[in-house]
Design a protein around this ligand. Structure first.
Ligand SMILES: [Zn+2]
Length: 469
């Protein structure tokens, strides 16, 4: 009797083992997890949903900034290693980029490294965080290169079988809005401040700004299609990538400029379906960003309740112990989702430092608030890797997550790299990775019909991909 029981038990055990052991594509994935080259090949070809956290200026690689500066006659400040625009009399004392870098590979290398994290090693007084954010002040291009940037980013995505891109982009801010409102005093009362801005020169100029921004997007998208040969038989991979934009107010600027730019984005979203959301950017640990954080949330709350609901994603909790005073770690994510109406959170690295973080995780899971996780960025800026990163905390709590690139040009990565990193650092299974890539479409800010269309297309791509194994 004992023997039969043992046999029966063994049969059950074998059946259970067979039922849970990966087969087909999942087994193939498990077998190559530790082989960088094989994993790269597999994930690059694997169909992908959306990259929902991608700053257009950060997505462009240094070589492209240099190439455009050379072609457009821009100048190089060799001391700062920064691109400068020419005056009416040309570059003056500065060389043109073309002249400076002509047959000068060492200087070219220095410029590339100044525009990125390539070969960067932190040193006393200059961290990865400092290097990362400093790049943006030195890179520059003519406004006419907007379409070139979209083309580069879309094509890199297309080469990796990415379906959808949401590109964060800043329009009209530095050239128009900031000089117009910088001196405007704000009270912190979102309703009163809205009236002040709209009754002043900003409100009067807003319709013109929206018209200009929409025209600039038309021009950029046409340029992207032209560069990628989208209406020819030689259409490049980027042509198949669906592109949308998020308005990108800069949270380190004066309160009036942040609010006015947020209002600008609110109106742009109402008028142009290519702008699908808004996201506050720039270092969250900056003095002004910290000081005004709650005011920014109140501004979003006021607009959301009084001027039409919009899609909001927020960089929140991109902080860590030591970077800021501990009191700053307690409520940014909470306030972003509960006051700022964020449907998605960017980074969210400091979640376990938030007051009552388990309740917050449950709230995010119940309300399907997704976290955009940027592993290389968190490593480069905050030095958070592996078990220090809360990816597993979010997963265990049932909070939806997706992997994204943040600034692939500055970090010199791509989305495939981030999927590889997620796989190897967190031992993700094929099904977990697949679920995350679908989240990149499920939580996209497009309308329901477009979302359903993209998910169906992704289903078909996966069926074809998986049939190989
Ligand atoms: Zn970001």
């Amino acid at each position: 009797m004992k023997k039969y029981l043992a046999i029966a038990f063994s049969v059950i055990l074998t059946a259970c083992t067979q039922a849970t052991a990966p087969t087909g594509v999942a087994a193939k994935f498990e077998s190559i997890k530790d082989n960088d080259i094989a994993l790269r090949e597999f994930i690059q070809a694997m169909p992908k949903g959306g990259d929902l956290h991608n700053h257009l200026f950060g997505a462009v690689y240094a070589e492209s900034w240099i190439k455009w500066a050379e072609e457009d006659g821009l100048c190089l400040d060799k001391t700062a290693l920064a691109i400068r625009f020419p005056n009416t009399d040309g570059c003056g004392d500065l060389p043109t980029m073309k002249a400076a870098l002509n047959f000068n590979q060492p200087l070219r290398n220095e410029v590339i490294e100044n525009f990125s994290m390539r070969d960067f090693v932190p040193y006393a007084g200059w961290s990865g965080h400092d290097q990362f954010f400093a790049t943006f002040a030195d890179m520059a291009a003519l406004p006419s290169r907007f379409g070139d940037m979209v083309a580069e980013t879309a094509n890199l995505a297309g080469e990796q079988n990415v379906t959808y891109l949401e590109l964060m982009h800043t329009m009209e801010l530095f050239e128009t809005i900031l000089p117009m409102v910088a001196g405007e005093p704000m009270t912190g009362d979102a309703e009163a401040d809205y009236a002040t801005l709209m009754n002043g020169s900003f409100g009067a100029a807003l319709p013109e700004m929206i018209t200009r921004a929409r025209r600039d997007i038309d021009t950029a998208m046409a340029r992207k299609d032209e560069l990628l040969k989208c209406v020819t038989e030689d259409a490049m991979p980027g042509c198949s990538v669906e592109v949308r934009f998020l308005n990108q107010p800069v949270r380190t600027l004066p309160a009036s400029a942040v609010y006015a730019h947020t209002i600008f984005g609110w109106e742009l979203m109402a008028q142009d379906e290519r702008f699908v959301g808004t996201n506050l950017v720039a270092p969250e640990d900056d003095f002004i960003a910290l000081r005004d954080y709650d005011d920014h949330m109140e501004q979003l709350d006021y607009l959301y309740k009084n001027h039409g609901e919009r899609n909001i994603s927020l960089h929140a909790g991109e902080l860590w112990l030591g970077l800021v005073h501990p009191s700053e770690l307690r409520d940014h994510i909470n306030n972003a989702v509960k006051i700022g109406h964020a449907k998605r959170i960017g980074h969210g690295t400091d979640i376990v430092f938030e007051t009552n973080y388990k309740d917050l995780l449950k709230y995010m899971a119940d309300n399907k608030i997704m976290v955009e996780i940027n592993l290389t960025s968190s490593d480069a800026l905050l030095r958070i890797t592996g078990d220090e990163h809360p990816l597993k905390v979010y997963r265990a709590a049932g909070v939806p997550i997706s992997l994204s690139t943040d600034d692939e040009g500055v970090a010199r990565i791509d989305l495939t790299h981030e999927y590889m990193r997620g796989t190897q650092e967190f031992d993700l299974s094929y099904d977990q990775l697949k679920n995350m890539t679908y989240n990149g479409l499920r939580y996209a800010f497009v309308d329901d019909a477009k979302k359903a269309e993209m998910i169906k297309a992704l289903d078909e791509k996966f069926a074809a991909f998986e049939s190989q194994f």
